[in-house]
Design a protein around this ligand. Structure first.
Ligand code: FDA
Length: 450
């Protein structure tokens, strides 16, 4: 058995941030990672000749911790292609093009959307995203589903569907009837306001040259050789107040502190001796991953640009509820065009029940409704496989079921003896985003260093 000051479980951005900060402060650190690579939910991969952002990719202006780290690591960024008109398919099934962030809906629906967004902005401004349970309306908002809250606010179904889209399919990747209005407000507060979620140009602003996985790769490369051990899934942790022994299939390692830098759902997969206190075990049974299929569709050329389209498309009524131009502007000589699209929650359930050929046909049909017949003939098609990946099992992140944020939220970041917990899923600012992973990693490292 080998002794370390700190053993970190998980080499995603959270774990690698913890390890970097502790190493810089002179502590001995070991990082144990189940997969054969670092980065967790960030993976930039060449798939049959096309470089794809299989996991997270966008950086927005509110993500100040991520922006500072990108700067520290001397990585460059570029803007998403966004010249031209966007496409919206409404409740009437009609396809309309539009400019800016406001969907082309009737005047009365537009007024309702604006009113709802204002109200959600107001509620978000009253929330510290690190402690949503202290919101003045916390109990009330946590007891009601976001769908029911929207139904209380407006009779306009298209306004409800549009506002629901920003948080349900697009963010928490769960149906709006399955999470609370308080969770929706948290999503907004963690991004600096609901208006930011509505503005695709803000929330999906820039990409990192070479791919976002360069962030965890760079963090790992700054650690001494041997610090990160790959293919070592942690299965058991024996702990006392003085330290913990971490077991993998290859061996055991002792740390005065152990940081579980994994999503809350995977914290529960490890065996603890003694068992974690009841509230810890209970709490994590009320947290689950959302489900979204990230689709990457590459064409011989970005044909939509010729049609005066930006590639941005939305519809709460389509299988692919949102899509964007995701062409690799940083790859020299790239002439192909790539669209990225998302199929979420119950629509993803339906899609996953089909054969791969049927899935592809349905997705292309949905894209053709936005961009025309040319969308039916890509040169490359790929579905990110996070929902079946045993070290994530879902996407993008985890969230509480109705009523549980107020019931358990305050225990999310509590240490248990020498054990600390961190991941983007339990962040305040940057919740469910890389920014939150960095913030959580830095907070845990600072606590250990006191
Ligand atoms: P993460 O899950 O990345 O890391 C945990 C690590 O622990 C993994 O490497 C895992 O293998 C390991 N592990 C788990 N159990 C273990 C065990 N028992 N033993 C050892 N290791 C174990 N964010 C953003 O900012 N912009 C974006 O555009 C997107 N888009 C996006 C798309 C998709 C498809 C996904 C899946 C996610 C995003 N995200 C995103 C979210 C973002 O990727 C995510 O919030 C962070 O990468 C999470 O980093 P963490 O380190 O917290 O967890």
């Amino acid at each position: 058995m080998t002794d370390f000051d700190v053993v970190v479980v998980g080499a995603g951005v959270t774990g690698l941030t913890v390890a970097n900060r502790l190493h810089a402060a002179g502590r001995s650190v070991l990082v144990l990672e189940a997969r054969d690579r670092v980065g967790g939910r960030l993976l930039t991969e060449d798939v049959e000749g096309v470089r794809l952002e299989v996991g997270g990719q966008w950086v927005s202006p509110d993500q100040t911790a991520l922006l500072a780290l990108i700067d520290e690591l001397q990585l460059e960024m570029y803007s998403r292609y966004r010249a031209g008109d966007s496409v919206y398919i409404g409740r009437d099934g009609v396809r309309r093009t539009f400019e800016g962030e406001k969907f082309p809906v009737s005047e009365s629906t537009a007024a309702e959307v604006e009113r709802l967004v204002k109200e959600l902005d107001r509620l978000a401004a009253l929330m510290d995203p690190l402690s949503p349970w202290e919101h003045p309306d916390a109990e009330e908002l946590d007891r009601i589903s976001f769908a029911a809250w929207l139904a209380e606010q407006t009779d306009d179904p298209e306004a409800r569907d549009n506002v629901g889209l920003y948080v349900g399919p697009a963010m928490l990747t769960k149906p709006a009837h399955s999470f609370s209005a308080l969770s929706a407000v948290l999503m907004a507060a963690s991004a600096g306001g609901f208006s930011h979620l509505v503005d695709a140009d803000f929330i999906l602003d820039r990409r990192v040259v070479g791919g976002l996985q360069r962030v965890p790769l760079a963090l790992a490369s700054r650690l001494p050789e041997g610090t990160v051990r790959l293919d070592e899934a942690v299965t058991k942790i024996e702990w006392t107040d003085g330290g913990a022994t971490v077991f993998t299939g290859q061996g055991s390692y002792h740390g005065r502190n152990v940081v579980l830098a994994v999503p809350p759902t995977l914290v529960s997969r490890v065996q603890y001796i003694p068992a974690l206190p009841p509230v810890q075990a209970q709490m994590r049974q009320h947290i689950s991953f959302g489900l979204v299929i990230k689709l990457h569709i590459t064409y011989e050329t970005p044909f939509w640009r010729e049609l005066g389209l930006s590639g941005t498309a939305f519809s709460p009524y389509s299988l692919v509820h949102e899509a964007y131009d995701n062409t690799n502007e940083d790859v020299e000589g790239e002439t192909r065009g790539t669209l990225v699209g998302f199929v979420s929650d119950v629509k993803a359930d339906g899609l996953l029940s089909l054969t791969p050929e049927e899935r592809r046909a349905k997705v292309l049909e949905s894209l053709a409704a936005y961009y025309g017949e040319q969308a039916l003939t890509p040169v490359h098609y790929y579905e990110s496989p996070w929902m079946a990946d045993e070290w994530t099992v879902g996407a993008f992140g985890t969230s509480f079921d109705i009523g549980s944020l107020t019931r358990y939220g305050r225990h999310l970041r509590s240490d248990v003896g020498p054990l600390a917990f961190a991941s983007s899923d339990i962040a305040g600012l940057g919740f469910q985003h890389v920014d939150g992973a960095i913030r959580m990693g830095e907070a845990v490292a600072a606590r250990i260093l006191i």
